[in-house]
Design a protein around this ligand. Structure first.
Ligand SMILES: [Zn+2]
Length: 308
């Protein structure tokens, strides 16, 4: 059994909403960009901010005032591209938005890392740049629309990079959930994390982007619901894509049979395939994963809800 250390968590049900299930940055279907909500006793937590997450969260009935914390698996744009819009559309009482501090937990990058002559930002830099880039709008609305100072409400919390250590670390805890992160393999992106949410007696694990990962299988031990990414490699192999791009798909993502193996190794009670890279019929994903996992499998679509 996956151990949660210390503190007392509420014995409450969980719901997972796959707000968006598409990989990117590409528009290959009508599905929303990757974003997953975990709802616990009326409060919710978000993992990643893919394209369309702001409207998807609103449509699902989620309001910023009930957001407790957010988590970023890694800094690929299809996971963080809509973070600025989400924050600006969920801020203050005029929009039922957050009025107390929200922590955004996500990756750091190595200090002083540069490319093309510019510094590379981790989660803190991304949030800082968002607040700076929209400073005019933010100042105007603070003065004119009874909105609290946004800068004081957004706290970027960079997860200390654990080297290559695949030992899970607790990154967040409140009275509802404990959230544990582990490094997964998504080269060349580093770090990339999976997150596990535990209540007193339920759990949900979200893979983030990864190849088939033993560390993820360990994190997800006995989990009630595993949300795992998947790639349809044939789509890229046969689609005339640049070989460098195809190589990225092959070495950085997990075919559905691999997701099934991780679910089986973990003893997960339900496998939900989300962050679907490439285009394939729903049956393809399910049949492939079922070759290696004999539990229930759901191929997620945007807005799908799961009682845990
Ligand atoms: Zn990625």
């Amino acid at each position: 059994m996956h151990a949660v250390q210390g503190g007392t968590l509420l014995d409450v049900s969980m719901e997972v909403i796959t707000l968006g299930v598409a990989a990117g940055p590409a528009l290959r279907s009508t599905e929303g960009g990757i974003c997953t909500a975990i709802v616990v006793d009326g409060a919710h937590y978000l993992v990643d901010f893919g394209l369309g997450c702001t409207r998807a969260a609103h449509t699902a009935g989620l309001r910023g005032k009930d957001l407790r914390a957010a988590f970023i698996t890694h800094l690929h744009s299809d996971h963080v591209g809509e973070l600025p819009a989400y924050l600006l559309w969920n801020w203050g009482t005029p929009v039922d938005g957050f009025t107390s501090p929200i922590a955004i937990h996500g990756p750091a990058v190595a200090p002083a890392l540069m490319a093309n002559g510019v510094p590379l930002h981790g989660t803190a830099g991304l949030v800082r740049a968002t607040l700076e880039g929209f400073s005019y709008d933010i100042a105007v609305r603070e003065a004119d629309e009874a909105r609290p100072a946004l800068r004081g409400l957004i706290a970027a919390r960079e997860i200390p990079t654990p080297g290559k250590d695949p030992t899970p670390v607790e990154v967040y805890r409140d009275d509802r959930v404990a959230v544990t992160a582990v490094l997964v393999d998504h080269p060349p992106v580093f770090p990339a994390y999976a997150f596990r949410f535990d209540t007193a007696d339920r759990s949900v694990t979200v893979s983030g982007d990864t190849t088939e990962s033993p560390a993820l299988a360990a994190l997800a031990e006995d989990t009630d619901l595993l949300v795992h990414e998947a790639v349809a490699l044939d789509y890229y192999l046969r689609g005339g894509f640049d070989p460098v791009f195809v190589r990225h798909q092959a070495r950085s993502h997990t075919p559905p049979q691999g997701a099934g193996r991780v679910a089986a190794k973990a003893g997960a009670r339900h496998l939900v395939l989300s962050h679907l890279a490439g285009v394939a019929p729903p049956e393809y994903w399910r049949v492939e994963a079922a070759k290696t996992y004999d539990g229930p499998i759901t191929v997620a679509t945007s807005g799908m809800r799961f009682r845990v």
